[in-house]
Design a binder for this molecule. Structure first.
Ligand code: ADP
Length: 197
C-alpha cells in the first residue's frame, strides 16, 4: 500500500518510556520516530496553536483531534519534502499517537499498522517518579504537578487504552517496560524486527 505510511505504534501509559524507546528506534536507518508531544512542544508558545497546546496539556488533557491530526499530517508531508522521512522506505514509529479512538479512526486509511507495541509497567509509582524526574530535567510544565499527572493517567485509562481495541489482536504485543532502557529495547526489537520484515 504505497499510499499509506507503514508504522509501528508505541503504546503505553505516561512515563512508561515510549519516548526513550522511540528515540532509539528512530535512530536506526529505516525508522522514523514521530512523537506528537514533541511536535506540539516545537510550536511557538506565543502562536495561537502553541497557546492552545499549553491550555490543554497544562491540565493533563488531550489536544483536540482535528488540530492533532492536522499537525501530524502536515509534519509528515514536510518531513518527506525535506528528505527527513522517505515514505516508500521508512517505517514510522508513532509515539503517543493515535491517543484516542477518534484519532485511530481518522488515520485508519493513512497508516498501515505493522505492530502495536504495548509497553506495560506494573509499578505505577515508579512511572510517577519517572514523570516527576523528567519534569525537573526537561522543565515540562505538564509533569510538574501531582494533580496534572493524576489527570494524565485518568485520560490514559479512559481515552487512550480503548485504542488497543481498534487493532487486530494479532498485531498487539505486550512488552514489559520495567528494567534498563537497553533491556526494554531488546524486548521492543524482538517485536518490531519480525513485524517490519
Ligand atoms: P508522554 O510521553 O509523557 O505521554 P507526550 O509528550 O506524548 O507525553 O504528550 C504531552 C501532552 O501533549 C499530552 O498530555 C497532550 O496534552 C498532548 N498530546 C500529545 N499527543 C497527543 C495526541 N495524539 N492527541 C492529543 N493530545 C496529545
Amino acid at each position: 500500500m504505497a499510499d499509506r505510511y507503514r508504522a509501528v505504534l508505541l503504546f503505553g501509559a505516561p512515563g512508561v518510556g515510549k519516548g526513550t524507546q522511540g528515540g532509539v528506534l528512530g535512530a536506526v536507518p529505516g525508522f522514523c520516530h514521530v512523537s506528537t508531544g514533541d511536535l506540539f512542544r516545537a510550536l511557538d508558545p506565543e502562536s495561537e496553536l502553541g497557546r492552545e497546546f499549553k491550555h490543554y496539556s497544562s491540565q493533563g488533557l488531550l489536544v483536540p483531534d482535528e488540530f492533532t491530526v492536522k499537525l501530524w499530517s502536515g509534519s509528515m508531508a514536510s518531513w518527506a519534502d525535506a528528505g527527513r522521512f522517505d515514505p516508500a522506505r521508512d517505517v514510522l514509529v508513532l509515539d503517543g499517537f493515535p491517543r484516542n479512538v477518534t484519532q485511530a479512526e481518522m488515520i485508519r486509511d493513512r497508516v498501515d499498522v505493522l505492530a502495536v507495541v504495548h509497553l506495560k509497567a506494573k509499578d505505577r509509582d515508579a512511572m510517577i517518579a519517572r514523570l516527576k524526574n523528567r519534569a525537573i530535567e526537561q522543565g515540562r510544565h505538564d509533569d510538574a504537578k501531582e494533580d496534572v499527572i493524576v489527570n494524565r493517567w485518568k485520560v490514559y485509562e479512559q481515552e487512550t487504552s480503548p485504542v488497543l481495541e481498534c487493532y487486530d489482536g494479532s498485531l498487539v504485543h505486550e512488552v514489559d517496560a520495567m528494567g534498563t532502557p537497553a533491556e526494554v529495547l531488546q524486548r521492543v526489537l524482538g517485536v518490531v524486527v519480525p513485524a517490519v520484515g
